[in-house]
Design a binder for this molecule. Structure first.
Ligand SMILES: [Zn+2]
Length: 340
């Protein structure tokens, strides 16, 4: 199979790229919603992310990508099978596709009751959530997925554990992943309660400026004509970006979050009338991850201004009297809060 298009070679789409990098640095920002027209490169960007992410160290042969150095989080298989000193190997960080028609069994895993009763053992066929552990789960056209399934996925993503229960039997395994949903709002809306559960939302548009479009076409053309040469050309940019992710992950815990930043986040959310605390928390976490990516020692105004539309834009209640879109409303609130 052909190597995916390099992440660093994606022209424009800054919001989407930033959101992906933020989640790669701090998965606790929550899921990402990328909405916009078809053919704007959302799937290409997800494939590119998969190739960009640093490899992970995982227990050899474990279907859940268990982290060998964290015994408390080992799956039952790794715990039971005496993998006390598990052999580990590097494998690509998982970026798993969830196809729209997938059954619930395929997604969460299937517990085979007959076999369990006959052999007195749990018989569990790991699903897509197991594969996605420590990585990303991608759903194209998430707005066409049934609400209860989206809810379930967001629940699992938030708790980091997948529990499958059937008739008194239960299996639980680690399932820490970032959900990436893409969709075209014209083909079906997500309920506001679901929207609010995504950490960041980005709008992806076809670029309208001539020079940008020319660059998109030129790069795509040269990638398709000679993928190897193209990848070679972008290899050092990819490596640099990968190293940035790695050092941002290491540096994340030492990025300071001044009280003033928390206060700003709170004022912003109040000004925008967003319910609950999810908005504030996400804005803080995303700004901190951005600061880490930029090698900054603390969260500052620049990071908060950058992240506010991505963290808050999808949490606004519709105001039919306000003709401005959500991005403009966030922008206005940002100006007011920082001027105060
Ligand atoms: Zn395991």
């Amino acid at each position: 199979m052909r190597q995916p298009y390099p992440f660093s070679a994606i022209v424009g789409q800054e919001d989407m790229k930033t959101a992906f990098l933020i989640a790669a640095v701090d998965p606790s920002v929550g899921g990402i919603l990328a909405f916009g027209d078809r053919g704007t490169g959302k799937s290409t960007a997800v494939r590119a992310l998969a190739a960009l992410l640093p490899k992970i160290k995982a227990v050899e042969g474990c279907p859940y990508n268990c982290e060998p150095s964290s015994p408390a989080h080992l799956c039952h298989a790794c715990q039971d099978e005496g993998r006390k000193h598990p052999k580990s190997a590097l494998r690509p960080a998982p970026v798993v596709d969830l196809p729209l028609g997938a059954t619930e069994d395929r997604v969460v895993g299937a517990l085979n009751l007959e076999r369990a009763l006959a052999h007195g053992e749990k018989s569990f066929q790991a699903g897509l959530l197991a594969q996605a552990n420590r990585g990303f789960l991608y759903i194209d056209e998430v707005n066409l997925l049934e609400d209860h399934l989206v809810d379930l996925l967001l629940d699992v993503a938030a708790s980091g554990v997948n529990v499958v229960e059937r008739e008194g039997l239960s299996v639980r395994h680690p399932a820490q992943f970032v959900l990436i949903g893409s969709g075209n709002p014209e083909e079906g809306e997500l309920r506001p309660q679901l929207l609010d559960r995504f950490g960041l939302a980005v709008e992806v548009r076809t670029p309208q400026e001539v020079p940008t479009r020319i660059e998109v076409v030129k790069r795509r053309d040269s990638y398709e004509r000679d993928p190897e040469a193209f990848l070679e050309h972008w290899a050092s940019a990819e490596k640099k970006l990968r190293n940035r992710i790695v050092s941002a992950r290491t540096g994340l815990s030492s990025v300071a979050t001044p009280d003033s930043a928390v206060e700003t986040a709170t004022r912003l959310c109040l000004a925008l009338g967003s319910d609950g605390l999810r908005g504030e928390l996400t804005l803080i976490r995303a700004s901190r991850a951005l600061a880490a990516l930029e090698g900054k020692a603390e969260v500052g105004e620049a990071q908060m201004r950058r992240m506010a539309p991505l963290a808050l834009g999808h949490r606004l209640r519709r105001n039919p009297l306000d003709e401005q879109g959500s991005a403009a409303r966030v922008q206005r609130a940002v100006e007011e809060v920082f001027a105060a």
